[in-house]
Design a protein around this ligand. Sequence first.
Ligand code: GLN
Length: 448
Amino acid sequence: ACLERIEATDPKIGAFLHVDAEGALAQARASDERRAMGASLGPLDGVPVALKDIFCTKGIPTTCGSKILEGFVPPFDSSHVIRLAQAGAVMVGKLNMDEFAMGSSNETSAYGPCRNPWDLERTPGGSSGGSAAAVAARQVFGTLGTDTGGSIRQPAAFSGVTGIKPTYGRCSRYGVIAFASSLDQVGPFGRTAEDCALLLQAIAGRDPMDSTSLDVPVPDWASGLSSASVKGMRLGVPKEYFVEGVDPEVEAAVRAAMKRLEELGAELVPVELPHTEYGISTYYVVAPAECSSNLARFDGVRYGLSERQEGGLREMYFRTRAGGFGPEVKRRIMIGTWALSSGYYDAYYLRAQKVRTLIKRDFEEAFRKVDAIVTPTTPTAAFRLGERADDPLQMYLADVFTLACNLAGLPGMSLPCGFTSGGLPIGMQLLGKPLDEATLFRVGAAYQ
Ligand code: GLN
C-alpha cells in the first residue's frame, strides 16, 4: 500500500530520491513469515519506513542530495539501518534533502526540491524536507532525518508532522554523512510523539562505531505514553522567542497550545535566554567551519563523481569539486575555511565557541526552574519555493528558533499545533534537559 501511495503521490511531491521496491517487499514478506510462524517480532515489525539520503545504505545509492555523490553506492549500512532492520522495520527508500543537509527549504538539493504536501507551491522545510513530506503525505509511517541546526524540527513544523532531535550523543552518527560533527544528530519523524518514541528507541544507544555516542541506558519512552500527563510540570516560556518578526498567526497558535497545556495541569513560567540573539551568527561560524573540514574528503578519488579527463591531481580535485558541489555548499566551505584560517581563527571560530558556551549556560540556568521550554518552532509557516532561494540571510532566519538547541546539545521536538488561516501547519517546539527526551515525549503525548 505504501509503494502504491508513493507511486500515486510522489510525482507531484518529490519526497523520494530512490525507492527500493524490491528490497522493501522482500523485508515485508520476511516480516509476514515471522508472523505466520509465530516467531518473535520486533517492535517495528512490518512497519514501512524511509531514510533521508544522508544515511549510508549498503547496495543502495546514497547521494546526500549532491551531484558529487551521484552514482555512489555505499559498501556498508549506517548503524540506524541495521538497528531498524533488527526492529523488523521495512526500509522503503531514500528521501530528498538539501545538499549535504545545508539549507532550510530542500531547494539546494541537486535533484530538485521536494514540495510541501499541504501546498505544492511551498517548501516542506529542510534540510530533511523529504523525511517530513513523506510522513505528511502518508507515504510511509515514519522516517529518519538529521538535525544540525533545525533540519528535523523546522520541516516537521512546516509539514504538520512530529519530529524530535534527541540529545547530542543519544544516537550514533556512524554511516551518516557528516555536515558539522559537533552539532549533527539523527532523529525520527512520525505522525505522533508516540510514533517518534518507538522509532527513536529502536535507533538510540551506544554504538562502538561512534565514540561520541553516549553509553547510557535507552529508556522505554513509548510505554505509558497513552496515559501521559503534564500535571505539575513546569514549562518555561522564553520572551526572546516571542518577538517582532514572528508571524502573528504562528504566535497565536503557539500561545493557544500553551494555554491548553496549562489547562492540562502544567504551569507556565517565564524564563530568560539572553544570548538567543547570537545563535545565528554563532551557528554560521561553527557549522561552516566543521563542514569545510568534513567535506574535504570529496576529492574525486574516493566517492561518486570524478572528473579525471585531463591534467594532474590538482586539476582533478578542482574540476570534481567545482562541478560537483552546489553554490550553498561552496559558500559554506569558503566561509568555514576562512573562519579557521590563521589570523582569523581567534576572532571567529574561537569566539564562536565561547558564545556557544554562553548559550549553553542560558539553558542550564533556565532548566534550574523548569522541566522543559516551549517556543514556536519557526517564526513563520512554510514559505513559497523560490521566495528565499536567492537570499541566504533570509533563508538562515528560518532557523532562528532551532539553532540554539544544537549549539547546547539539547533534545528538541516539534509538534503540530494548528494552522494558519491559509491552511498551513504551525509547529510548537519543546526543548528539554540533556538526556531528558522522556519529558518531551510526555508533553507531546499529553497534548496530542
Ligand atoms: N538550515 C540549517 C543550515 O542550513 C540547518 C540545517 C540542518 O540542520 N542540517 O545549516
